[in-house]
Structure formats: structure tokens, C-alpha cells
Design a protein around this ligand. Structure first.
Ligand SMILES: [Zn+2]
Length: 1003
């Protein structure tokens, strides 16, 4: 039979004729035959299979072999014996020892027929050794794929114990040498298929035996970190990584980045090669591993590696976005690389020339993948514009390219930047090494205390968080004539852009130092604020006008403009006006005077007075405001004056009261119709009405409960209430030409954009000759209404519009203010203690639509109040906070009392022009862009900071490595006693049990 078959095969008949003849032979051999016949047929078919020079011959060989396996199993078993297989594997086929590439396929084919035979276990153990020997010879992708196919189907043949580890490592070494020689599509597909088979085998082995994973990874890292090999290892290694369970990632990265036996050069080499893996198609999780290692390096402050590798690779990663098959991974690596590289614009600027072309090409592609990529790219680009503003010439073509794409909002950008910065990567050791502290999660930057300078730090943070003011300061371009303002601009720019967790305000302190302050001693923060604002105001007044530009661009209506342009920035932001009227009680002549202020200092009313006014005033309608006393101001003053402090005398009862408009808090649920702002009454009525519905007001309720407690509106009402000048305070009446009893009252005539309120807690006690502090808790409303007297032609207009939030009548409008900042003083005297600041950023962004529809607007404002994040600034520490915390601070810490408050005027018709101009200024520039000089100074300081951190971290690492060694992650596996054969029960999916062996490795 074998002779016939051989003759047929050697004949020159066409294949279809041969095929017919072979069919008949195959039918014949299914019949019983003697073992000698069998043997020679098996020999022939083996020869055809292994040595056949055509595919046809090999196919026939295979077919015959299968017939024998099925129909003559005993003979087949006898033929397919261990010794024969050993010689095949070790010496090759036949007496000449010919090497056949098909040996493994042949064995794979035969194995299925001997699985149940007695010799099976011998064959398995032979193969366990032989496959290991094979992979040590570094076969190419085809052979490795054959081995992998065989072992995947017959896991009994996978080496065990230490051999298994070695096998995995050698297999990874093989993959590291895989190269796809041809560039034809079929060849590439075949190459990818081979690689997937091999890495698929690793996945199977790892699943069954998790203890093989770490040694495999160690080998992988050794390969990619090697600086000796001439040729870079194959990117096919990327395919290995996708099968490493993600739950191992943290531990692996942590150990890797903390291992001081890995040199910088090795780490640099490894991470560069890993980044090249983004060009490997089909791999999953590769981007995650790359990003994890980058983050790990940031956590241990290896910034020099990160800088170098980012600048080296970023263009390459970017170029991969062109290819849909690798786009997703490349994009996520690119996003991380750029968003984390925040200390300088260098990396982003490398990409600028390439962006327009890529965007054009993605637009042309018009696929879902391209669209999603474009959107993410646009978000990234806008974040970079935001971070590194001030290069309009470079950015213009890019801006043009992405103009049709959506622009992310500022919060989103800040979130992205805050989350990804190197300096915000957590380091588990940071708590032991405070100098390695990472930037606050809030993204806000603290201020270093230079020795009792918290009074200043709190004020700077409050000013910084007054975003309209901050934007204006950052936007100033011609500030040469304003040295202090320029210093403030630098300080603000650093607070916005520095990578440091906290910066030192030393330069600003020395420039803004009130000369009478004694160095190193605690000071009154309110005094400092007043001094600072006054200095800034005077500086601008004497210097160059900065609003020349606004005037030219004609952003404001003519009348508004004149008024507005004459003001300094400080006046525009903090300046308000009030009218003081004094009425001689003899001749009833009234003299009035308008004063400018930048803050109101609020005295505490005596408690009996407090009660009187409440009951007395509650029934007085607003109409009783004596119209005869309203007269034009005598002498308007333009300069910012000291804030009006008023020392109160005891009220004279039975006096015809000069009526005033009350201050009140605004209930959020308040309907327009219920508003009764012109009847004097306590805001508490409001509070108690709403307390069940509104959690915010409930806080107010809480602090308003006791008889002694006061609220900010109480203090303002007291401030605005009439004062009688009598006995030693008698007033010199010009008409009477003598000292007379008189009544004095103050009315606000212009509400400042930011209303600064100082609670006069420090009083001089004449008995003890000491300054003492009033520790009363004062409840602080989130929203405040302030009565402002407006000129009559204005009020008529406003009055018509009852929906306008600033409802008005008889010359008064209620201007609504939102709480922005609360500076808290902790301690019992102004010369001691500590200051810290609660603040949130109130902006007009959510109120950017004109407030024409009052009802709708107030709904969005309600949400706004709850949504705006509060922060707590305590020198270098910045943390998230809440209004609840602000409200309760004094009840928890009786010496910690609110001292200086910042409120921001809600845009209304009256103030709209100002708001418009401010937000226009911001909109024009995007986020205010510091000058190039300033940006460069910040970049320089950021690099310096990264270097300091890195040095510190390295000193620490050197210290740790001098300690007795703890086992490192790959050294550890040697100690694991081989648990051969314990397959099963160790699956990684089983409740994290798979990584259990790993947790012990973390030192
Ligand atoms: Zn008089």
C-alpha cells in the first residue's frame, strides 16, 4: 500500500488525478491490515508531512496520519512513541537529521490520538522540557506561534514550577525579537496573528498560575530597559502587557518606581520604548500602563525623566492620531502627557505646527473615531491655551483650525489641569516627608507664612478669589507706572499658574508693608486691607490711566463711560458711596456730604437697642422717610477715604425717627410678590418662615436663635440707623452758629461691586487700657440686600420693572449681594491669634444672560449658590470647604470669629454696564493672559521647583537604600516554594485571591 501511495505521489499526473487515486488508497487503509503495513504507511505519511515539498504532499500526509489515528490506534500509538518524538525534536527527521519546520505541527496532530494512551504522560513530560529548550533557541514568530498553539490546546505540556517561569521569560525574550520583515498587508496580518497566539498563551499560563506574572514582567522590564542591545526590542512586546491583570498595576508601578537599583538611564529607556507601544495595533490597556508608569514617576518626583521623555516622544505619539487602529491609545497617552506637562509650554509648542494638518485630515476622515478624537483634541488645545496663554502669534493658526469645535468651560479646564499635574500626584511617603507634599486637590495654591503673616495671606486669598478683581489685575497691560499693582499681578499669576503647593508672598509683603506695622508681629488684617487698597488706588490715580483702552473701544454707553472711566480699578471694584446727613435739632437744617468708601466698618449694637429697634420699627412704613431731608450733596469727594466708623451714643427715645431702609437676607424660596422690603422688620421673620424648606437658612436660624446672637444685617441696620449727637458730641450748626444737638444718618448712594464689611470686634477698653475682642457670634447670610439711594431719574426707571431683582421705590433700590469670602480671626486680640479665609468664586458666567426675566434668573441663582465650591485657605493649606463650615465655625471654636466679609454685587440693571465691561474684558482674552515675561518667570520657577522636589526625593531614596534591604518584587518569587501542579484554585478572578500573593511584596 505504501508503495502504491508513494508511486502516486511521485508520479507526474495532474493533482486532480492524483487526488482520485489517493482517495481510493485512503478508503483501502481504513480496512484492517497487518502492523507492518501500518508501520510503513505511517512512515511514509510522516515523511510526506514533514518533508513534503508541496502543500499537496503535506495535506495527503496529514490525511493518512489521521486515518491511522482513527482506524489503527494501537499501531499509531506504537509508532508515535516518546523515543521517536524525542529524536524528532532533538535530532530532526530521518538518518540525516533533517530539520523540518513542521515537527511541532506534526506532534500537535499526533497528540490527539494518544491522549488516553499509557505513554501520554511520558510524552507530556518530554514536551514540557522540549518546548522550554525550543524557546531558549529564540525561534521566530512562526515557530513560537506553533508552540503556543500546541500548548494552548494541551496545557499538560506547559512547563511547571521554575521551568514555567523560565519558559514565560524566554517566550517574552522571543517576542522581543519578533520582526515583521515584509510590509505586505497579508504578511502583517499573519505576523499579528502569530504574536497574538504567543501572547495568548502567556495569558493562559498567567490565568492558571498567577505567580508567573511578576517574574514575566520583570523580564519584560529588563528587556525594555536594557541599554546594551543595539537594536530596540520589538513593539510586539506591547501585546504581552494587555494580559496583565489591571489590579496588579498599582503595586507593580509602585515597586518599579521606588526601586533604586534601576538607573535613570534604564528607566528613561524603558519608558521611551513603552511609549512607542502606542503604535502597536489591537493591544488593550497599553495606554493605561504607559500612563500609570508616567504617573508613578511623577509621584516619586523623577521630573527630569518625565521632561526628557515627553519632549522626546510627544510628536511621535501625536503623529499616531492619524491611524484609526491605534488612535484611541495614542490619544489617551497624548492627553496625559500634555495635561501633566504644566510647568512650561515647551511640549505643547512642539505640537503647534502639526495640529492644523491633523485636524484637516481628521475632518476629512469623517468617522466616529475621528469626530471623537477631534473633540478631545479641541478640549486639550483649549486647556493648553488657558494654561499657556500669551502667544497669540503662535496660536492663531491652531485657533483657526479648531474654531468649529466646542470650547470647554473654565471649570472643566481647571479640573483637567488640576487632576493631571505631576505635582498633584500623590506619594504614599509624602506624610513622612512633609517637604514632598503635593499640590492641594483643590488646585488652589497656598501662601507661605513668613512669620505671623497670616493676616496678609488671608486678605490676598480673599482678593484673589474676588474673580472680577483678579481678572482685571491679571489683564493689566500698562502697569509700569504702578509698581505695587504689578507686584500684585505677579503674585496673582503665580497663585494661578505655579506648580508649587504654596508660594511665598515675600516680595509683595515688603512692597505693601504699612510702615507702622512692626515686623514679625500679628497685625489687623482689616487695617492691612484698607492700607493696601488705598495704596493701589493712589498709585493708579497718580500714574497712567489704565482704562484708556476701554474708552477707545467704546464698550459702554456714553454717560456710563464718563462716570466709569474716572474711577480707578480699586474704586470700580470696591468703591461705594454714602451720604451722611446731619440735621440740627433746633433749626432742622440739614447738611449732607457724600463720602466714598472701600469698606464698611460695622460696630456691634448694644443689645437693648437691638431689641428696641425691632419692635419699634416693625410697623413703620417706608413712606415716612422724610423727603425734605434729601438734598443734593454738598461736596462730593472723589478720593477713597478711610472707612466710616461710627461711634454710637445711646439713642434718644421719642425722637422723630429719620427713616431708613432695612437690610435683609433673602430667602431663596422667596416669591417676588411676597417681597416687603420697605417695612422695617427683622430678617429673622424670613428665616423662621423658610427654615424648614431651606437648609442654608436653617444655619442662619441656628445662630439667630439665642437672644444675644446677631446677624450681619443687624449690624448694617445699626450702622444705617440715626445717631444723636448730643452733650460732648454736639454739632456745630452753621445756621444757628452754635453747638446744637443734632441727628446724623448715613445712606448708601452707590453700592460697591465688591462690598467689604469689617466687623468691629476690637475695641479699646478704657478701664483695662487694653484692646479687647467682642467674641459674639454673628450669623452671616449667603445673600444680602442692601438699600441704596439712587438719583430720582434712575429710580423711576427701575421702579417700572417690578420683576427686576433690584426692586425699588421712592429712591431706594435693594441691591443683592452674594457672599464670596469670610476672613476669620482666631484669638482674643488683634495683636495675636491667627487668620484664615473661607472663599468661593462668584462670577457672572452663569448669569451671562441679561437679567430681564427675573423669575427665571433667580432659579438659576439658587442653584448657583449651592453649587459654587467653598475653599478654606489657611496659609499653605488649602482644602475644600462648605458654607455649613463657614456658618458653624464660631459655634465649634468660640474664639474663631468672622471678621472681614466680601460680598459681590449680583448683576442687575443698575450695575449691568459695569459687569458687562468686566466680563467683556475677560471674554476678549479668554482667561486673562499674563505677559510673556511673567509666563516665562513662572515656567522658570516651576522647573526650579521640579528640580528641588526631585533632589529631595532622590536624597530620600538614597537614605532608604542605605537601610537594610527589603525584598524587591522580583527577588521575592525565588522564595516562593514551587507549587507545581497546583493548577486551579489560583485564578486571578477568584475574589482577588490571584493578587494575594502580590500584596506581600510591597515593601
Ligand atoms: Zn441749627
Amino acid at each position: 500500500m505504501d508503495k502504491i501511495l508513494e508511486a502516486v505521489m511521485m508520479s507526474s499526473y495532474p493533482n486532480n488525478v492524483k487526488q482520485g487515486l489517493v482517495r481510493r488508497v485512503i478508503e483501502a487503509i481504513k480496512q484492517p491490515m497487518d502492523s507492518e503495513q501500518c508501520w510503513s504507511m505511517l512512515e511514509l505519511s510522516t515523511k510526506l508531512y514533514l518533508m513534503g515539498d508541496t502543500k499537496f504532499k503535506r495535506e495527503i500526509g496529514k490525511e493518512v496520519l489521521e486515518v491511522y489515528g482513527h482506524y489503527h490506534p494501537e499501531e499509531f500509538e506504537e509508532f508515535f512513541n516518546v523515543r521517536f518524538l524525542l529524536s524528532l525534536l532533538q535530532e530532526g527527521y530521518g538518518p540525516m537529521g533533517k530539520r523540518s519546520p513542521y515537527v511541532l505541527d506534526y506532534i500537535h496532530l499526533g497528540l490527539q490520538f494518544v491522549l488516553e494512551s499509557p505513554s501520554a504522560s511520558d510524552i507530556f513530560s518530554l514536551l514540557r522540557i522540549e518546548v522550554l529548550r525550543k524557546v531558549c533557541e529564540r525561534p521566530g514568530p512562526k515557530q513560537c506561534a506553533r508552540i503556543s498553539k500546541l500548548l494552548s490546546q494541551h496545557p499538560q505540556c506547559v512547563p511547571t514550577g521554575k521551568h514555567q517561569i523560565l519558559f514565560c521569560q524566554q517566550l517574552i525574550r522571543c517576542i522581543g525579537q519578533f520582526q515583521c520583515i515584509s510590509e505586505g498587508e497579508d504578511d502583517i496580518m499573519e505576523f499579528l496573528d502569530h504574536v497574538n497566539k504567543v501572547s495568548g498563551l502567556l495569558q493562559k499560563i498567567w490565568r492558571a498560575q498567577t505567580s508567573s506574572i511578576l517574574p514575566s514582567l520583570k523580564e519584560l522590564f529588563t528587556i525594555i530597559s536594557s541599554t546594551e542591545e543595539q537594536e530596540a526590542p520589538s513593539n510586539a512586546l506591547a501585546s504581552v502587557v494587555q494580559y496583565v491583570p489591571l489590579e496588579l498595576m498599582d503595586g507593580v508601578i509602585r515597586n518599579l518606581t521606588n526601586d533604586d537599583s534601576i538607573t535613570d538611564v534604564q528607566m528613561m529607556t524603558a519608558i521611551s520604548r513603552m511609549i512607542d507601544w502606542v503604535s502597536w495595533p489591537l493591544g488593550k490597556n497599553i495606554d493605561k500602563w504607559i500612563i500609570a508608569l508616567l504617573k508613578g514617576l511623577a509621584a516619586v518626583k523623577k521630573f527630569s525623566i518625565l521632561i526628557e521623555v515627553t519632549l522626546l516622544k510627544i510628536e511621535k505619539v501625536f503623529s499616531k492620531l492619524l491611524y484609526p487602529i491605534v488612535r484611541e491609545g495614542a490619544l489617551s497617552v497624548l492627553l496625559y502627557m500634555l495635561l501633566s506637562f504644566q510647568h512650561s509650554h515647551e511640549a505643547f509648542h512642539l505640537l503647534l505646527p502639526h495640529i492644523p494638518r491633523l485636524v484637516a485630515s481628521l475632518n476629512k476622515e469623517d468617522s466616529n473615531s475621528a469626530t471623537s478624537c477631534l473633540e478631545q483634541l479641541a478640549e486639550l488645545i483649549h486647556s493648553m491655551f488657558f494654561r499657556f496663554s500669551g502667544f497669540p502669534d503662535l496660536y492663531e493658526p491652531v485657533m483657526e483650525a479648531v474654531k468649529a469645535l466646542p470650547i470647554p468651560n473654565e471649570d472643566r479646564i481647571k479640573h483637567l489641569l488640576g487632576q493631571n499635574a505631576w505635582t498633584s500626584q500623590k506619594n504614599e511617603l509624602a506624610c513622612f516627608y512633609p517637604r514632598l507634599a503635593s499640590k492641594s486637590d483643590t488646585g488652589k495654591i497656598g501662601l507661605i507664612n513668613l512669620g505671623n503673616t497670616c493676616y496678609m495671606n488671608s486678605i490676598i486669598q480673599a482678593l484673589f478669589m474676588a474673580s472680577d478683581f483678579r481678572h482685571s489685575v491679571l489683564n493689566l497691560t500698562e502697569s509700569n507706572s504702578q509698581p505695587l499693582m504689578t507686584k500684585l499681578q505677579w503674585l496673582f499669576a503665580f497663585l494661578e499658574h505655579s506648580q508649587r503647593p504654596a508660594i511665598s508672598p515675600e516680595g509683595f509683603l515688603s512692597a505693601s508693608w504699612p510702615p507702622w506695622f512692626s515686623p514679625g508681629a500679628q497685625q489687623d488684617c482689616s487695617e492691612y486691607l484698607k492700607y493696601l487698597l488705598d495704596r493701589l488706588h493712589e498709585e493708579e490715580k497718580t500714574g497712567k490711566r489704565i482704562y484708556q483702552k476701554l474708552k477707545e473701544s467704546n464698550l459702554m454707553p456714553q454717560a456710563e463711560e464718563r462716570h466709569y472711566l474716572n474711577k480707578t480699578l480699586i474704586e470700580k471694584m470696591f468703591g461705594g458711596k454714602m451720604m451722611t446727613k446731619i440735621r440740627c435739632l433746633k433749626c432742622l437744617n440739614v447738611s449732607s456730604r457724600e463720602e466714598a468708601f472701600t469698606d464698611l466698618s460695622l460696630a456691634f449694637p448694644p443689645s437693648n437697642r437691638h431689641v428696641r429697634r425691632q419692635s419699634h420699627a416693625a410697623v413703620l412704613p417706608v413712606e415716612e422717610i422724610g423727603p425734605q431731608i434729601i438734598e443734593p450733596p454738598i461736596k462730593p469727594q472723589s478720593q477713597v477715604t478711610e472707612s466710616p466708623r461710627r461711634q454710637r451714643k445711646h439713642p434718644v427715645s421719642g425722637e422723630p425717627p429719620i427713616q431708613l431702609l432695612p437690610i435683609e437676607t433673602v430667602g431663596f424660596q422667596e416669591a417676588e410678590g411676597q417681597e416687603t422690603p420697605f417695612i422695617l422688620r427683622s430678617d429673622r421673620d424670613h428665616v423662621s418662615l423658610e427654615k424648614v424648606k431651606d437648609p442654608l437658612l436653617a444655619f442662619g436660624e441656628q445662630t439667630c436663635g439665642s437672644e444675644d446672637s446677631r446677624s450681619v444685617p443687624d449690624l448694617i441696620n445699626y450702622f444705617l440707623s440715626p445717631e444723636v449727637l448730643t452733650s460732648e458730641n454736639k454739632y456745630h450748626c452753621e445756621k444757628c452758629a452754635s453747638l446744637q444737638d443734632a441727628e446724623k444718618v448715613a445712606e448708601l448712594t452707590e453700592g460697591p461691586h465688591y462690598l467689604v464689611l469689617t466687623l468691629l470686634r476690637f475695641s479699646f477698653d478704657l478701664r483695662t487700657m487694653k484692646r479687647k475682642k467682642i467674641l459674639d457670634n454673628v450669623s452671616i447670610p449667603l445673600v444680602l440686600k442692601l438699600p441704596v439711594l439712587v438719583a430720582s431719574e434712575d429710580s423711576g426707571e427701575v421702579c417700572q420693572n417690578r420683576n427686576d431683582r433690584a426692586a425699588s421705590c421712592n429712591g431706594f433700590v435693594s441691591v443683592v449681594y452674594d457672599l464670596c469670602s469670610v476672613v476669620v480671626h482666631s484669638g482674643v486680640s488683634s495683636e495675636s491669634g491667627h487668620y484664615y479665609c473661607y472663599a468661593r468664586e462668584c462670577t457672572s458666567t452663569s448669569a451671562s444672560s441679561q437679567p430681564r426675566d427675573g423669575a427665571q434668573k433667580s432659579t438659576s441663582d439658587k442653584q448657583l449658590d449651592f453649587e459654587i465650591q467653598w475653599y478654606l485657605f489657611n496659609d499653605t493649606r488649602v482644602s475644600f470647604s462648605s458654607f455649613e463650615s463657614v456658618s458653624n465655625v464660631t459655634s465649634f471654636f468660640p474664639k474663631d470669629t468672622a471678621y472681614v466679609l466680601f460680598y459681590r454685587q449680583r448683576p442687575c440693571k443698575q450695575s449691568w454696564a459695569v459687569h458687562e465691561a468686566i466680563s467683556d474684558a475677560v471674554r476678549l482674552h479668554g482667561e486673562p493672559s499674563p505677559s510673556k515675561d511673567l509666563m516665562e518667570a513662572i515656567s522658570k520657577d516651576n522647573i526650579l521647583y521640579l528640580q528641588e522636589q526631585e533632589k529631595e526625593a532622590r536624597n530620600r531614596a538614597a537614605y532608604i537604600s542605605s537601610l537594610p534591604k527589603s525584598p524587591l518584587w522580583w527577588r521575592d518569587f525565588d522564595r516562593d516554594k514551587d507549587d507545581e501542579g497546583s493548577s486551579g484554585g489560583c485564578g486571578p478572578a477568584a475574589g482577588g485571591g490571584g493578587s494575594g500573593s502580590f500584596h506581600g511584596l510591597v515593601f
